[in-house]
Design a protein around this ligand. Structure first.
Ligand code: HEM
Length: 473
C-alpha cells in the first residue's frame, strides 16, 4: 500500500527558513520554491505530475516540505540500495504513516524494527505460493457469481461502475480467503465498515487537520467505522479462540503462530492490527490494478484480441484453475504492464536513520526519502516510449525501474496472492465479456491512498458469445 501525501498546515508567508546545506549537499539538484510550505502544496495539488516533473531534474533531487528536507530518488541502483541493500537504514517513522495508526495499529504495513520482523516471520508462511493455491477456487467462484449478477445489466446495456465492481469482488475474496468472512452481502457490517474506512481514510490522509481526536463530523464517522470493524474483528477472534478450531485460513494461522524462540503467541490486539492491515491493504490495490487493466484493454483492441486468443486456446470456455496459470502467460503480461503504467502504490517513502550516500549525494540522517514507482515506471531513460501500453515489455524490464510491489525485506507480502487473484479474475471475466468504456468518459489517474480513476470507470459489458456469433454470420 502506498503512503499518503504530505499534509499542509497553514504557515505565515513571512517566515524565513534556516539553510541546512552541507558542502556535499551543494551538488544535489533542488526544487526551489518561495512557498513556506515548500513543495507540499504542489505535491498535494498534482502529486503525479509533480513527481514526474521532479525526477527529470536528476537521480537525486532535494525538496522541502515545510522545514523538513526530502529527497526524490530516481535511479534503479539507488532505489535498490534504499529498499534492499541498506534497508536497515530506512524506516517508516514518518508522519505520513503515523496517520494510519488508529486503523492499522502495529500492523505489518506501518510497523518497524524487531517488532515488524517478528510479525513478518509469523505471517509469511500464510502467503507461501503453495498455500495460496487453495484459495484459487473461491476466487473464481466469487468471480462467476459476480458475472451472473452482471448478466441482467449486460442484456439491457446499462453501464457498470467497474472500479466499484472490482473493489466489491476483491474485498469479498480477501475476507473469505484470509478470515473465512462472508462479505458477499451488500449489507454486510464488515463490508460496509471496510468500505467506509477506506473512503474516509483517503480523505483524512489528504486533510489530516483537525486530527482524529477532534469530534468534527468526518472524524466521528471515521472513529465509528474503526469501532464497528474493531467490534467484529475482536468478536471473531474471541469465537475462534473459544472453539479452538483450525479452519486453515490466515486468522487460524495468526492465532496458532508461535515464536520459535519464546513460544509466545500473538495477543488479541496484535491479531486485530494484522487482520485490519490485510483487509485494507489486500483488496483495493488489486481492484485498482484490474480496473486499470479493463480500461487499457478497452483502449487497445489489438492487445485485447491477443488476450482473447490465449483464453480461447488455453481455456476454451472453461473456468480457469490454478494449473492453467502458467499457460496464461499473455494474461499475466497484460497485468504486469497495467501495473507499470498504473502501479496501485504510486509512492513509497522512508526516513533515513543515519547519514547515507545515494548516487554520490549526501543524504542526512532523519531526511525523508521518496521513491515513486509511478514516475520510475514512466522514466524515459529506462523505458522506450514509456506511455505506450505494450505487454511484450515483460521480457525486458530493468529491475528497480519496475517495482510495483516494492522490493527488499518490506516487499509486498501479498504479491503472489494479488497476481494469482488478478490472473484468475481477468481470465474468468474476459472469457465471457468484452468491456467497453462509456464513450467520451474522461479518464485520469488520481493518487489518493492508491491510484484510482478520478472520475470512475463506467463500462458497458458485451457478452463475447454474442460477439463471436455475430462475427461468424
Ligand atoms: C496489485 C496489488 C498490490 C500492490 C500493487 C501492492 C503493493 C505494495 C507495495 C508497493 C508494498 C510496499 C510498500 C513499501 O515498501 O512501503 C506493499 C506492502 C504490503 N502489502 Fe501489498 N500490494 C498489493 C496487494 C496486496 C495484497 C493482496 C495484500 C494482502 C492480502 C497486501 C498486503 C501488503 C502488506 C501487509 C504490506 C506490508 C509488508 C511489510 O511491510 O512487511 N498487498 N504492497
Amino acid at each position: 500500500m502506498p503512503q499518503p501525501i504530505i499534509p499542509t498546515p497553514h504557515i505565515p508567508d513571512r517566515f524565513v527558513l534556516p539553510s541546512s546545506r552541507t558542502q556535499k549537499d551543494k551538488n544535489v539538484p533542488r526544487i526551489r520554491t518561495l512557498s513556506l510550505l515548500g513543495s507540499a502544496s504542489e505535491m498535494q495539488r498534482d502529486p503525479l505530475g509533480f513527481l514526474t516533473r521532479t525526477q527529470a531534474h536528476g537521480e537525486v533531487v532535494r525538496l522541502r516540505f515545510l522545514f523538513s528536507p526530502a529527497y526524490l530518488i530516481s535511479h534503479p541502483e539507488s532505489i535498490k540500495h534504499v529498499l534492499q541493500e541498506n534497508a536497515r537504514n530506512y524506516n517508516k517513522d514518518l508522519l505520513t504513516y503515523k496517520i494510519f495508526k488508529p486503523m492499522l495499529g502495529q500492523g505489518l504495513l506501518i510497523n518497524d524494527g524487531q517488532s515488524w520482523l517478528h510479525q513478518r516471520r509469523l505471517i509469511q508462511p500464510a502467503f507461501h505460493r503453495k498455500r495460496l493455491e487453495i484459495y484459487s477456487t473461491l476466487m473464481t467462484d466469487a468471480t462467476v457469481a459476480m458475472l451472473e449478477r452482471w448478466q441482467a445489466r449486460s442484456d439491457i446495456g446499462t453501464p457498470l461502475q467497474m472500479e466499484e465492481e472490482m473493489v466489491r469482488l476483491t474485498l469479498q475474496i480477501v475476507g473469505r480467503a484470509l478470515f473465512s468472512l462472508d462479505l458477499s452481502q451488500e449489507a454486510s457490517t464488515v463490508g460496509s465498515a471496510v468500505t467506509a474506512l477506506l473512503e474516509l481514510t483517503a480523505g483524512y490522509v489528504l486533510q489530516p487537520f483537525p486530527p482524529l481526536s477532534v469530534p468534527i463530523p468526518r472524524n466521528r464517522r471515521l472513529q465509528m467505522a474503526i469501532r464497528t470493524l474493531d467490534q467484529v474483528v475482536y468478536r471473531m477472534i474471541a469465537e475462534r479462540r473459544r472453539l479452538q478450531t483450525d479452519t486453515g485460513d490466515l486468522l487460524s494461522m495468526l492465532l496458532l503462530a508461535q515464536d520459535e524462540e519464546t513460544g509466545r503467541r500473538m495477543n488479541d490486539r496484535q491479531v486485530r492490527d494484522e487482520v485490519q492491515t490485510l483487509l485494507l491493504a489486500g483488496h483495493e490495490t488489486t481492484a485498482n490494478t484490474l480496473t486499470w487493466t479493463w480500461y487499457l484493454l478497452s483502449d487497445h483492441p489489438e492487445v485485447e484480441r491477443r488476450l482473447h486468443a490465449e483464453l480461447n486456446d488455453v481455456l476454451g470456455g472453461r473456468v480457469p484453475t490454478v494449473e492453467d496459470l502458467p499457460n496464461l502467460k499473455y494474461t499475466r503480461m497484460v497485468l504486469e504492464e497495467a501495473l507499470r503504467l498504473y502501479p496501485a502504490a504510486p509512492l513509497l517513502s522512508r526516513k533515513a536513520v543515519a547519514d547515507d550516500e545515494l548516487s554520490g549525494c549526501h543524504i542526512p540522517a532523519n531526511s525523508m526519502v521518496m521513491i515513486s514507482p509511478y514516475a520510475m515506471h514512466r522514466h524515459p531513460a529506462f523505458w522506450e516510449e514509456p506511455e505506450r501500453f505494450e505487454p511484450e515489455r515483460a521480457t525486458v524490464r530493468p529491475s528497480y525501474a519496475y517495482f510495483p510491489f516494492g522490493g527488499g525485506p518490506r516487499m509486498c507480502i501479498g504479491n503472489h496472492f494479488a497476481m494469482m487473484e488478478a490472473q484468475l479474475i481477468l481470465s474468468t471475466v474476459a472469457q465471457r465479456y468484452q468491456l467497453c468504456l462509456v464513450s467520451g468518459h474522461p479518464v485520469e489517474p488520481q493518487m489518493r491512498v492508491t491510484l484510482r480513476p478520478r472520475y470512475g470507470l463506467p463500462m458497458v459489458t458485451h457478452a463475447r458469445r454474442n460477439i463471436q456469433s455475430q462475427q461468424k454470420n
